[in-house]
Design a protein. Structure first.
Length: 204
């Protein structure tokens, strides 16, 4: 695997672990985020492992589809080490609010790479805000895709009908923006300038 990019390796790991867990409830239960047991048994490893299992094949496909389009761009800019550091940091940090909120709820569980994927998406938006992403063959600017992604996450979080930690999308987005902004402060005003110029070209 030495010739594979970090993005490809992360996708492969997500797919393999998720498929195993989806076909083995014992594995799924052992890996997903259970704040109640993290609090009482110090099972902090779940902050990482929960990011590599998914609630369904559709959930897995959605996250990996999004990660595929944005991951390679961000990795090319940051390099492998800083890219993996961002992914891991977002995976953990985006779950902390969920842990704090539900640590006394023995019935709550969540899973998915949502926080880490969201961090990569918004890191990419800061780097390449007007790149076109094809959603169902419809070209959508990256910054608009990011807004729609968060809107979808907010809607699904309010429904709360599955194990997917949709709120992690928001916190992951913050991690991605802060991480890239801290490394390259000039990109923040540059992003808004690029978006405004693109809007003017479309309207003008």
């Amino acid at each position: 695997m030495e010739n594979l990019s970090c993005t490809t390796i992360i996708i492969i790991i997500n797919c393999v672990v998720s498929v195993i867990a989806l076909n083995n409830p014992v594995v799924m239960n052992r890996l997903m985020l259970l704040p109640y047991w993290v609090e009482r048994k110090n099972e902090y490893y779940r902050f990482i492992t929960s990011g590599f299992v998914h609630a369904s094949y559709i959930h897995l496909a959605f996250n990996m589809f999004s990660f595929y389009f944005f991951g390679y761009l961000v990795e090319a800019w940051l390099g492998g080490f800083r890219f993996v550091l961002l992914y891991a940091a977002a995976l953990i940090i985006s779950d902390i609010p969920t842990y704090l909120k539900y640590k006394n709820n023995s019935n709550y569980a969540s899973l998915g790479a949502s926080g880490a994927v969201s961090a990569i998406i918004f890191a990419s938006i800061l780097l390449h805000p007007v790149n076109l992403i094809f959603v169902y063959f419809i070209p959508v600017p990256a910054f608009l895709f990011g807004i729609l992604y968060l809107a979808y996450s907010y809607y699904m979080d309010k429904r709360s009908g599955d194990y997917v930690n949709h709120s992690a999308h928001f916190y992951g987005a913050v991690v991605g923006l802060v991480y890239i902004g801290a490394l390259y402060p000039s990109l923040i005003p540059q992003m808004f300038t690029t978006i405004a110029e693109a809007a003017m070209r479309i309207l003008g």
